[in-house]
Design a protein around this ligand. Structure first.
Ligand SMILES: Cc1ncc(C[n+]2csc(CCOP(=O)(O)OP(=O)(O)O)c2C)c(N)n1
Length: 246
């Protein structure tokens, strides 16, 4: 019998430690699939960050560094400069990338570092108990904004993919989701394009992925996926903001 579905070679048998229903595992699988497809497992080096994905170096069967608290783009810069033939990626949440690590991501992108950033935006700090993130929607109730986020004082949701797309060093910037099959398919395509941009030596690439945090959002998994469709993706439009490859 033909085998039509299996674990990507790039994933270890270690179980994911995410909450049931969480989108992180889907993003892991997609990333592993494209690394397999591009045949670059032996020259891929990943940067694990902080947040729920802090232990993802246990899941990817590749070389990985642990670079918590927003420092992944800085670490990736050093690794890529020393190993220019490697495929170097960071895997970061919105608290890690868009709060504590804002300086690192902005300057790595502005320098046009030839790295790929996988940015999982679930609009909240997942790991530390559901605090407000820079990506939390206006009116969004979190443990640190129990009355709802207000622009006056907390600012507006930060649009990372669009922001970075304005920088000349950025070659590919896109946002997709993992909330339905069509979006998952698009995310896979974006990840592949982002990787190809790096492998072609063209510059910085980022794929922002809208993902659910059903536990901290206080929703059932299917409800949280629908909320991405009806609400979160209205604030964070899906699409390609820059594709400098053609
Ligand atoms: C009390 C406290 N404040 C700050 C931190 C730093 N910190 C570690 S994980 C995290 C949240 C990360 O959230 P995000 O990057 O959105 O990833 P997610 O967990 O949602 O996947 C923060 C702020 C910490 N560990 N403890």
């Amino acid at each position: 019998m033909a085998l039509i579905f299996d674990r990507p070679a790039c994933l270890t048998p270690a179980p994911f430690t995410y909450c049931p229903g969480c989108g992180h595992g889907v993003v892991h699988r997609l990333l592993a699939e494209i690394i397999d497809e591009l045949g670059i497992q032996d020259r891929t080096i990943g940067m694990a960050s902080i947040g729920c994905s802090v232990f993802n170096y246990r899941n990817f069967d590749i070389d990985m560094l642990s670079c918590p608290h927003g420092r992944a783009p800085a670490c990736a810069t050093g690794v890529k400069r020393v190993h220019p033939d490697a495929f170097v990626f960071t895997y970061q949440g919105d608290g890690d990338l868009a709060a504590i690590g804002t300086a690192e991501i902005l300057h790595a992108a502005n320098r046009g570092e030839k790295i790929t950033v996988v940015f999982v935006n679930n609009a909240i700090y997942g790991m530390t108990g559901g605090q407000m993130a820079p990506t939390t929607l206006l009116g969004g109730k979190t443990t640190t904004s129990p009355a709802g986020r207000e622009a006056d004082g907390a600012g507006h949701p930060l649009h990372v993919a669009e922001l970075l797309a304005t920088l000349p060093g950025v070659v590919f910037a896109a946002r997709s989701g993992v909330h339905n099959p069509a979006s998952i398919h698009k995310t896979r395509g974006h990840l592949k394009k982002a990787a190809q941009a790096q492998l072609a030596g063209k510059g910085f690439s980022i794929v922002e992925v809208l993902a659910n945090c059903n536990m901290n959002w206080g929703m059932e998994p299917d409800e949280s996926n629908r909320w991405i469709e009806t609400t979160l993706s209205k604030e964070f439009p899906l699409g390609v903001f820059k594709d400098g490859q053609v």
